[in-house]
Write a protein that binds this ligand. Structure first.
Ligand code: UTP
Length: 410
């Protein structure tokens, strides 16, 4: 572990010496814990507060990108299926669940996957996802390796829950948990918040760090040894998520592209969803707030929206390509959030409005580091039921309706 002198040097460089204000009065274990947090946190994210240094986040010229449509997929069903199921059977495909988020909008204080979406029976979000993956396992006659990314905040609860539920029938030998990295949270003046004299306010650093966190967790060697060529990364909170979908895998392999993204047709031009398109000729996702009115309403010759295909956080990446881009700079997004902190008088305060910033990298920015990406259209009502909020849009209520419409007993 670093010593006090080194910790001071790091903090002085970033103007954050206040972190050590209470250090001298801490017991020995508190001192050690604080030094270890200083060592572990990615303090370099603070550079991004400086607009001039944050030059890695500039946008190029966007152009529309079509997709393999639901009709195309139906026509090529058998071909895609056999290609995909063969790859799965040969152990070339693994799944990566992103479950490190804090789910603040849902307002549930446990890991989101532990939420019971059932009505008359227990049906947990994690259970829905495992059930979906089991369908593929049964078709392939082979287990799909499943990696689950947690955060320091929810790791123990998540692992314990899976153990308690006997992995919902999945083979525990094929499940690997790993923890994502943390980044500090700051106030409006860029000063890192403290939660207590011996605790820095830190949060999971966004879902973009999943592959580097896997590598840091020492998983790359075994991924290579097992011959895993494709990683299907997906969000924990879409209860209709199809994981390691043989058709998707087959379509991407057949296309010869180095990645793929599941997309849904936008419900309306102004729907708040990121759209898979091209940026300076390479794949990219344009966020809804980055689109001009002209882009939003632009039509193709067939009268369809040109920027039509919204992403649902389900991507297929090649392992070797991910390794190549491991050291690439990912843009760091600065997000305004409510951050609990220790105030001037030493009391712990939970704000009721955003009071500072968190730093996150996003998986969607990884798409831009790929030379090619196949947009693969799925039917929204069958594959997209995100649980973001307690009520209203993308909520527990809407997800329950969609589950029921798909014949899932609640
Ligand atoms: P969201 O962007 O919806 O974030 O995550 P969230 O933390 O779950 O929810 P809010 O914004 O606080 O309400 C999309 C996916 O990315 C994962 C989430 O678990 C979810 O599957 N994620 C997000 C991580 O794994 N790590 C992160 O740091 C952030």
């Amino acid at each position: 572990m670093i010593d006090l002198r080194t910790a001071k040097d790091i903090l002085i460089k970033y103007g954050q010496e206040h972190i050590l204000r209470g250090y001298d009065d801490l017991p020995e274990d508190g001192k050690a814990s604080l030094l270890s947090q200083i060592e572990r946190m990615d303090i370099s994210v603070l550079d991004n507060l400086d607009k001039e240094k944050n030059s890695n986040y500039h946008r190029g010229a966007f152009t529309p990108l079509g997709a393999v449509t639901v009709d195309d997929i139906e026509k090529n069903h058998d071909e895609y299926f056999s290609e995909g199921i063969e790859a799965i059977r040969a152990g070339k495909v693994a799944a990566v669940m992103l479950a490190g988020g804090q789910g603040t909008r849902l307002g549930y204080d446990k890991p989101k996957g532990m939420f019971n979406i059932g009505v008359n029976r227990e049906l947990f979000i994690f259970e829905c996802l495992i059930n979906n993956l089991m369908e593929v396992v049964e078709k392939a006659g082979a287990w799909v390796p499943l990696y689950i990314m947690t955060s320091e905040k929810n790791h123990d609860d998540t692992v314990e829950f899976f153990r308690e539920k006997n992995y919902f029938g999945y083979d525990a030998e094929h499940i690997v948990f790993f923890v994502q990295d943390m980044a500090p949270s700051v106030d409006r003046n860029g000063k890192i918040y403290m939660e207590a004299s011996d605790r820095i306010s830190m949060s999971p650093n966004g879902n973009g760090g999943w592959f580097s966190s896997m590598v840091r967790a020492g998983l790359l060697d075994s991924i290579k040894e097992k011959g895993i060529e494709w990683l299907n990364v997906f969000a924990v909170d879409n209860v209709l998520q199809r994981i390691a979908d043989p058709l998707f895998v087959g379509a991407v392999i057949r296309s010869g592209m180095e990645s793929g993204g599941k997309v849904v047709s936008k419900a309306a031009p102004d729907e708040r969803v990121g759209v898979l398109c091209l940026e300076d000729g390479v794949p990219s996702i344009v966020e809804y707030y980055e689109m001009t009115e002209e882009m939003r309403t632009l039509l193709t010759e067939d009268g369809e929206l040109a920027y039509k295909y919204g992403v649902i956080l389900n991507y297929l990446f090649r392992t070797d390509r991910l390794e190549e881009i491991l050291d690439s700079n990912m843009p760091v997004h600065i997000v305004s959030k409510k951050i609990p902190y220790m105030d001037e008088n030493g009391s712990f305060t939970v704000p009721d409005a955003p009071n500072g910033y968190k730093f996150e990298t996003l998986v969607l920015d990884m798409v831009h580091l790929q030379k090619s990406c196949l947009p693969y259209e799925v039917i929204r009502e069958k594959e997209f039921a995100p649980v973001k909020n307690a009520t209203g849009v993308d909520s527990v209520d809407s997800a329950r309706e969609l589950l029921a419409a798909n014949g899932i007993e609640l």
